[in-house]
Design a protein. Structure first.
Length: 149
């Protein structure tokens, strides 16, 4: 298995997550004007730093050596890494444990609607949208996909 090529490919999902986090910082600054913008910026910079560190370390790894085994490893590692990086703003803003933040992040990525957070109406609107959760007036939860539908 060509581990170097697999790690090289991780640049793209990690930089994607950094871009999303920076986008939510921008939305928080422009639209909501609250004090949590810096947490999204910090998470974005951490994600981008990891992405560029991996890119510069593994930039010469041959992508022609990526086969089915590497693709499976890439998909698995992408879910883990993006889930952890996506948990950073949740961890910085809320007072949940690392495990709970990762659970919320993975739940948001899969749009399952499962959550451990309580009082979602009181939590920042864009953090609700970031974490993929929306609490309906009847108390039920739905993933971001059904919220936007």
């Amino acid at each position: 298995m060509n581990v170097n090529s697999t790690i090289r490919l991780l640049f793209w999902p990690i930089i994607w997550m950094a871009s999303i986090q920076l986008g939510f910082a921008f939305i928080g600054f422009i639209v909501f004007r609250d004090k949590t913008v810096s947490q999204f910026v910090y998470a974005s910079f951490i994600s981008a730093a990891i992405a560029f560190a991996l890119h510069f370390r593994y930039r010469k790894a041959p992508l022609s050596k990526v086969f089915f085994r590497e693709a499976l490893a890439f998909a698995t590692v992408t879910w883990i890494v993006v889930g952890i990086l996506g948990a950073l703003p949740i961890l910085f803003i809320t007072e949940v444990t690392f495990t709970d933040a990762v659970f919320e992040s993975i739940s948001a990525l899969t749009t399952t609607g499962a959550t451990i957070l309580t009082g979602l109406v009181r939590i920042l609107v864009y953090l609700n949208r970031y974490s993929g959760e929306y609490e309906h007036p009847d108390g039920s939860h739905a993933g971001l996909g059904s919220f936007l539908a």
